[in-house]
Design a protein around this ligand. Structure first.
Ligand code: F3S
Length: 306
């Protein structure tokens, strides 16, 4: 019969799961009169259209810009801060609007905010290794001072200079590639600054990739679930394809051609960071059912009168 292996690290990381749970908790709390509606999230809670539209149906509204935050009716509703976190400035706006805040900033990101806040307050220069346009990085930057800079590539690292007499603190965006981080840090430190480097990369992404590769190397077919535009899912797909030629990239169960895996013995399943558990479970169940159906068929055939 068939075995189906689902990666333990498939789907949401700890921080995203916590943030999504927080939204559903708030929905319940508002219903029970324990929290103030309407509920808003500052930015979509995750990059998954189905989840965001499901939440919308339950009355959760997405606020996309700082300007819209500033226009919130005073003293009404609850704003949920997603796992990416936000700058100090955003907390100030929320306070000024008098809205309730449900802070779902991932604790690993919160830790970076604290580091940047402390070092900046001590008058040090801070370098954040990451993509400046990423909301997490924008948030982190917003805990720094005028000597806080984001560095994304080698050219920027080469060019970077710390202001005279300043100490330097280096941190990283949580999802930055470790090797690239090391490279950039090396380039910056070549100039001999008095510095402290804090590797604040989160292992969730790497652990998901390592586990996916291991499972893919042991199965006959591998299924990778995630949004078509999700870069971490694309990466997972490439990693799995290297280990298993029979790798399928699907968004939901509906994309899976049942015939493509019907005769496969061992199936592996993993999923990108924004894939809800429900979708993973649906695929898992179908794969297990399919094997059950095969089993019945085999049974029937073996008991057929000759
Ligand atoms: Fe996720 Fe938090 Fe790491 S949001 S990727 S567990 S930093």
């Amino acid at each position: 019969s068939r075995t189906v292996a689902v990666a333990k690290t498939a789907g949401f990381c700890f921080g995203v799961e916590r943030a999504v749970d927080r939204v559903y908790e708030q929905i319940r709390a508002v219903k029970e009169g324990a929290a103030k509606g309407p509920i808003y999230t500052y930015g979509p809670i995750i990059h998954n259209e189905q989840v965001v539209s499901d939440l919308e149906k339950k009355g959760v509204r997405v606020i996309d810009t700082e300007e819209d935050l500033k226009r919130l009716p005073k003293g009404q509703g609850t704003v949920i801060i997603r796992s990416h976190g936000v700058s100090r400035h955003i907390y100030e706006i929320l306070k000024e609007r008098g809205v309730a805040v449900a802070d779902a900033t991932c604790p690993f990101v919160k830790k970076i905010h604290r580091i940047v806040d402390e070092h900046a307050a001590a008058g040090e220069a801070v370098v954040i290794i990451g993509s400046p346009a990423h909301p997490e990085v924008e948030g982190i930057r917003g805990w720094g001072n005028e000597y806080t800079t984001v560095i994304e590539n080698e050219a920027e690292a080469e060019k970077y200079e710390v202001a005279e007499g300043k100490k330097l603190c280096v941190v990283s965006q949580t999802t930055f590639n470790y090797n690239k981080f090391q490279d950039l840090v090396e380039k910056i430190l070549k100039k001999g600054y008095d510095s402290s480097v804090l590797n604040t990369i989160c292992n969730a992404t790497q652990e998901r990739q390592v586990e996916a590769a291991k499972i893919a190397s042991e199965v006959d077919a591998m299924i990778v679930i995630g949004g078509r535009h999700s870069s971490n899912t694309q990466k997972l797909y490439e990693i799995c394809l290297k280990e298993c030629k029979n790798t399928f990239y699907i968004q939901t169960l509906g994309d899976l051609d049942p015939d493509s895996v019907s005769s496969v013995r061992n199936v592996g399943i993993t999923a990108g960071a924004s894939t809800p558990k429900k979708i993973i479970e649906e695929v898992h169940t179908r794969m297990a059912e399919q094997s059950f159906a095969e089993l019945l068929k085999e049974e029937e055939e073996s008991t057929k009168p000759i």
